[in-house]
Design a protein around this ligand. Structure first.
Ligand code: PMV
Length: 327
């Protein structure tokens, strides 16, 4: 049995359709050049030791009990999805061993870039290989999606899908996952409000509004679906102007559903004022990140405007690579 395996999976940016994707509308998502890395190695005892450098927590599970070494009272809850993945894979393999799992990301957690899914996908790949189980990408996706369900109750699955397959995807919950033909590099600046928030809470807040205003909300959700249909064409044609306009409309719909906040608005407006073709929140919202579509030569101006408005700016590119093993 191999004693040490390392795997990584990409972060993501949702271009169109977050939140509405929970309600059966399609969404467009792409993987970016930032990755979560998971290293797994067999232990000589039965402890399941998990260390997350970014979340600054570590501890071990033994006989169903959790023992915290670093972190607060939420440490167990945060590590539970990884523990669940390990338990599932260890049952499948029939091997009763202990393991060290070390998690490291090159991007911030809990800001809408899909960190929990990237970690789940990289963990599933590393641990299955360590336990000598051959999984297809479809199986890695399914196991990671189950783990995502522990983090928030009603996940669409878009995050584990993009972290598994990479590229640019048209995603529809429980229906299809299709790679998209894209004729542009998607030049984006990400603006991070650095406000951490729980995706589950914002999904629940949006859900509450839908329940209370079903007619209005359903029309907004329907418009969200239309944006994706138009977006597919614009991506095929490499039509950045239309993509920017659609991003602005999509942001307005998310704002209407209560997913924005003042910090996100500040960054969105700063980016537009500095010449972005379009700007919108990305992911769950309520803090976290926004994205701005940029014409060549404007990267620095827009990144600077975002920073001046109180955000942290990252220049990113899309990447074709989903989950992979590392040396
Ligand atoms: O976890 P986040 O913040 O990257 O957002 C995920 C996208 C949502 O549509 C808000 C939730 C989901 O499960 O699709």
């Amino acid at each position: 049995m191999q004693r040490r395996v390392k795997a990584s999976a990409p972060a993501k940016v949702i271009l169109f359709g977050e939140h509405f994707v929970v309600y059966d509308k399609p969404a467009i998502v792409f993987a970016i050049d930032k990755r979560a890395t998971v290293t797994a190695e067999i232990r000589t005892d039965k402890k399941i030791w998990i260390t997350s450098k970014n979340m600054e927590i570590s501890g071990y599970f033994l006989n169903g009990q959790f023992y915290v070494k670093k972190g607060d009272e939420n440490a167990e809850k945060k590590l539970e999805p990884i523990h669940a993945i390990f338990k599932k894979l260890s049952d499948l393999s029939g091997k009763n061993v202990g393991v060290n799992i070390e998690i490291n990301s090159s991007f911030p957690v809990a800001v809408g870039l899909g960190s929990s899914a990237a970690v789940a996908v990289a963990s599933t790949a590393a641990l299955s290989h360590l336990l000598e189980i051959d999984l297809t990408k479809d199986e890695i996706f399914k196991i990671s999606l189950e783990a995502e369900g522990i983090v928030h109750r009603n996940p669409s699955g878009i995050d584990p899908a993009i972290s598994t397959y990479g590229g640019v995807l048209l995603y529809r919950k429980d229906r299809d996952i299709k790679p998209l033909d894209v004729k542009t590099d998607l030049p984006l600046v990400i603006g991070d409000t650095e406000i951490k928030r729980s995706t589950g809470e914002i999904v629940a807040r949006v859900g509450d509004l839908i329940r209370r205003y079903p007619f209005i909300a359903n029309n907004i959700i329907k418009a969200g679906g239309e944006i994706v249909t138009r977006g597919i064409e614009a991506l095929k044609d490499g039509d950045l102007k239309t993509l920017g306009e659609l991003m602005n409309i999509n942001h307005a719909l998310l704002y209407a559903m209560g997913a924005s906040n003042q910090h996100l608005e500040n960054l969105v407006y700063a980016a537009r004022k500095a010449g972005a073709l379009g700007a919108k929140l990305t992911g769950g919202g309520g803090g976290g990140c926004m994205i701005a579509l940029v014409v060549p030569g404007k990267f620095e101006d827009i990144a600077m405007a975002i920073e001046q408005a109180g955000g942290k700016a990252y220049i990113t590119r899309k990447t074709a690579e989903g989950v992979r093993f590392e040396e």
